[in-house]
Every structure is written in C-alpha cells, then in structure tokens.
Design a protein around this ligand. Structure first.
Ligand code: L5W
Ligand code: ZN
Ligand code: CA
Length: 552
C-alpha cells in the first residue's frame, strides 16, 4: 500500500491499486459507483489516484494521478471522458456543463474549464477543470460542482422580478443609494486608494447555494469607494426579491492600532491601513459611515486632512488629542447604540467626524452642525479638549439634540439644550457629576468646568429665583443650564442613572421640540417616566427634582 496523504479540513484519500488487496478497503467516502470509477482509473493506469473530498460534499473536489492511461487531445474527447466517468462528479457533460475555455500552458499541459449550469443558468462559482499532461493523459480533475443543484432548486428557473428591481433591492439592503456613493460626495483625500473609480452596478442571474438549498438569484455587484471601499455581492432571490446572501469582497484595511491619550493613557484604536499609512478611521461599527478624525493643523479650515501614522502606534504627544477624539467618539457612539439603540447622532449611521488641533491655544470645543471640533487649549485653562470623555459626550449630544428635539440654542430652550449635553455626559461618563475635569486647568487638580450637583460653585444658578437674564451667550445658555442640570442631578442620584437615562432619552427624542422651555422639560420627563414606570417613585422623583429648582 502506498502512503496515504491527508490535509487539514480536507479528507484526502490515496487509493492505491494493488493486485493483492482491494483498492477501496480503507475508504467509506463516496458511493459505490464513485468508488468503482476510481478503481477503474487505477486499474487502467496501474497507479494510485489521489481523491480529495471537502467535508459534507457529495463529489470530490480534486482527483489527481494517472487518471487516464490513454491520451485525449480534443474537447470532444474530454467530454467523452467526463461522460464515461459521470458517476464520479454526478454531472452530465451535455446538459450540466458548458466548456468555457481551453488553455495550453508553458509545460505543454492543457486545461479544459467547464461551468455548471441548470437549464442554462450558471451555478454560482461551480467549475470543473480537466487537466491533461503534454501527452494528453488526464492527470487531474478538480472544481466545486453541485450535483444537487437541479434537485434542490427552490422552484423553477424563471424569474419573477427583473434586474432593475434586484439592483434596487441590493442598494436598499446596504442602506445606500447610488447617489450617496458618487465621487462628488467624497473628500478629495479619503484614507484609501482604490482602482474602482466610479460606482458600478452589475447583475446576472445565477443558481446560488445556501445551506444546501439552491435559489434562482440575481447576483448583484455594487462597487464604489465612497463612503467606504466596497465590492458588494448581493444575492437577491429572483422569485420574491428577498436577500439570500450578501458580503463585501473588498479586503478592507481595518486594523487595530494603539496610542496614548492626552493624559498619557494607553488605548487600543480601530484604525485603517491605506497606502502604507494608518488612519484614525473606524469602519467596524454597524454604521453607514465611519468614525474618523481630522486635524486642523492649528488652522481653522474644516474638516482638515487626516492625521496619519506609519506604524499604527499613535504614541507621539502631538497625536494625543487625535487619539482621544477617536477613542472617545467611539465610546459615545457605543453608548447611544447600546443603551438607546441609536445608530450615530442622527440614528442613520452617519459619519462621526472630529477635527482636532483647531486654531491656536483654542480653549473650546463645539459641534458645528456637521462635525465636532476641538481646540488644543492653551495648556493652562485647558489641555486638548478631546482628552475628556464627558466633553466629547457633551458635543456629540448636541448633535443628537439637533437631530431630535432640535432645541433652539437661545434662552430657556438653549439652556435646556446645554443641559441635555451636560446630563448625557454624566450618563456616558458615570464617575462624577462634574463636566470637563479631565481637560480643565491641567495644572490644577480637583476642579471642573461645571457641576450638576452644585451649579452655584461654578457660577450657575440652581433655582429659577436666580435665573440669569442677559443678552450674551445666547441668553445665558451656559449659565442657566445650571437649573435643569441640578434637577437632573437630583433625579439621577435618587432613581439611578440606568432609569434616568431612559427617561431623559425618551423626553429628548419623543416629547421635546425646538421651543421647549424648562416647564416643558419637566412635563416631558414626567410623561416619559410614566410611560416607562407608571406613576410611582420615578415619577414622584421628577416632580420633586423640578420643584426643588423652582420649575413647575
Ligand atoms: C467646554 C468646551 C465646550 C465647554 N459647549 C460647552 O457648549 C463646552 C463643553 C466643554 O459648554
Ligand atoms: Zn454645549
Ligand atoms: Ca465628568
């Protein structure tokens, strides 16, 4: 007996011919008809034929050795060979296989390539290749074919929907329209390079196998580079328009890097490799867009170029603001997604963009209606502002507010807008009721920008009696936010953040509107509390919290 070969994941049998022992003694793979085909081949050539089976497959994926003794030098001869041995691959070369190509290579070998089809519709990826040596002897046959395709086909091979409909369904399934992938939407310096210049759509009818069922499906290919590099293969059931399967065939450059934040802390980062450089560009979230960081390079034009790193280690001090902007934006995204089932600020999975290094010694951060912007601070009033999770949460909550209640940023509705950002910053960063302590006055410990529990300690009122009327700061939005902030503190510290955040999120996204004032906030929170918990402790706590700050 000759040596038997085996390979991981493959069941490989070397079936040797020997006049003194039965050739198939060691094998229980294959039907007796298949075993007989191999035995006949081995007997004819008096040599071993190696047979490789993939797990769960009814036909071999590779046979090699002296498969034929005689020479075959024509297509007809190869078809005849397949016909004679049709029990092995369980396909009829006449009805099931189409010869696509014949190639002779530099070794003098000839390769005959067949595609499997069912009533003329190709079976996706199903090929059978017959290889002859320079003398025309078959030395290998391989491929992945599906003898069960006609038998297990769901229905017949006539489509109920047309190609255009299938393409529409495919776009819908990836939550994009062709327009949204057009180049004019792309920034000129996207962090990836692609040979795919334009949006491409293709569609063809195939037989597609899924879990041993065979579907008549349109194989729709959608290729684009914006908003992310993609070569989608979407299999749309040609009978009912449902999605049978889909995947993005672009081997994207998503990687994991690391860096140090503003406070020198180590953190892992979702990055992206392109053109030999790593970008703070996170494609791992279930978004339509991405989370990305730009740098204003101490200027003021937005969004600015992508900061890059050559080795995926964002460890330089100059990179710290970008590291934290990226890491904390991801944390805040996760908070809204996991806690409130909200996908990005607009609940449409839009790109979350942050520009760091804005201006020079700039002691501020803001949401400009489209993206977040962070100064580096002057080093004494502020360290780089993206270095504080609660500041990032504050800014991104402004974006959530803009796309939900849309509270007008003036007077009471503006102060409520500010307060929502402060309150959600506490929901995200649970450790205290302070805002900005990690970035504010880096050379002095223990202080912060504001406190929900003690607004007066930070020059904010905590009662309507002390409401501050002013023309500056849009009617004192950063001052009067102390009043709803204190009510927020009283609620959270009484019923806990887990219940409070549900009530607040519901109030913000369901009940509040552009001109809601503090009284409306009280009413919206009460309604939300009643919706979730009825008229019990939670409801009473909110009554009490707002009574204490003089809002009725
Ligand atoms: C500091 C930077 C912006 C103050 N924005 C603010 O409306 C700020 C949060 C942290 O209040
Ligand atoms: Zn704000
Ligand atoms: Ca804090």
């Amino acid at each position: 007996m000759k040596k038997r070969k085996s390979a991981a994941l493959l069941l490989t049998l070397g079936l040797a011919f020997s006049s003194s022992m039965p050739a198939f003694a060691a094998s229980d793979i294959g039907t007796s008809a298949q075993k007989q085909v191999i035995e006949k081949m081995e007997q004819a050539s008096k040599d071993e034929v190696q047979v490789t089976w993939k797990k769960g497959q009814k036909v071999p994926s590779f046979i090699s050795g002296k498969v034929t003794k005689k020479s075959i030098k024509s297509k007809e001869g190869i078809k005849k060979f397949l016909k004679e041995n049709k029990d092995l691959f369980q396909l009829d070369p006449k009805s099931d296989l189409t010869l696509l190509d014949v190639k002779t290579d530099d070794l003098g070998m000839t390769h005959y390539e067949f595609a499997q089809s069912v009533k003329g519709v190709p079976v996706n990826g199903a090929e059978l290749k017959v290889h002859t040596d320079e003398n025309g002897k078959v030395i290998a046959v391989n491929g992945d074919v599906h003898p069960d395709a006609p038998k297990n086909l769901q229905g017949n091979v006539s489509a109920n929907i047309n190609e255009d409909k299938a393409i529409d369904v495919a776009w819908n399934s990836i939550n994009l329209s062709p327009k949204e992938t057009h180049a004019e939407n792309a920034e000129e310096n996207v962090p990836f390079k692609s040979t795919v210049k334009n949006t491409v759509e293709k569609s063809k009818l195939v037989i597609y196998e899924k879990d041993n069922n065979y579907f008549l499906a349109y194989k729709v290919e959608l290729q684009f580079i914006y908003p992310y590099p993609a070569n989608w293969k979407v299999f749309v059931d040609a009978k009912d328009g449902s999605i049978v399967d889909s995947y993005n065939a672009v081997a994207d450059g998503a990687t994991t890097g690391y860096g140090y934040g503003v406070l020198g802390d180590y953190k892992e980062l979702n990055t992206y490799l392109s053109g030999g450089n790593y970008f703070l560009y996170d494609t791992t979230k279930p978004m339509n867009g991405v989370i990305e960081v730009r740098t204003a390079q101490n200027g003021t034009s937005l969004p600015g170029p992508y900061p890059v790193d050559s080795n995926n280690a964002f460890t330089a001090t100059s990179q710290a603001a970008a590291v934290d902007a990226h890491y904390y934006a991801s944390q805040v995204y996760d908070y809204f997604y996991n806690t409130h089932n909200r996908n990005s600020y607009d609940n449409n999975g839009s790109t979350i963009r942050s520009t760091v290094n804005y201006g020079s010694n700039y002691n501020n951060a803001f949401w400009n209606g489209s993206q977040m912007v962070y100064g580096d601070g002057d080093g004494s009033t502020f360290a780089p502002l993206s270095g504080a999770l609660d500041i990032v949460a504050h800014e991104l909550t402004h974006a959530v507010t803009d796309t939900t209640a849309n509270l007008v940023y003036q007077d009471q509705s503006g102060a409520l807008n500010e307060s929502m950002s402060d309150v959600f910053s506490v929901f995200v960063e649970r450790e205290d009721y302070l805002l900005g302590e990690d970035a504010y006055t880096p050379n002095r410990s223990g202080d912060a920008l504001r406190s929900l529990s003690n607004p007066p300690a930070y020059n904010q009122p905590d009662h309507m009696d002390n409401y501050y009327y002013t023309n500056s700061d849009n009617g004192g939005v950063h001052t009067n936010s102390g009043i709803p902030n204190k009510a927020g503190y009283l609620t959270i510290s009484s019923i806990g953040a887990d219940k409070a955040e549900k009530i607040y999120y519901r109030a913000l996204t369901v009940y509040l509107g552009p001109y809601s004032n503090f009284s409306d906030a009280r009413a919206a929170l009460l309604q939300s509390a009643a919706d979730y918990y009825g008229y019990g402790t939670e409801y009473d706590t909110i009554v009490d919290s707002w009574n204490q700050v003089g809002v009725y």
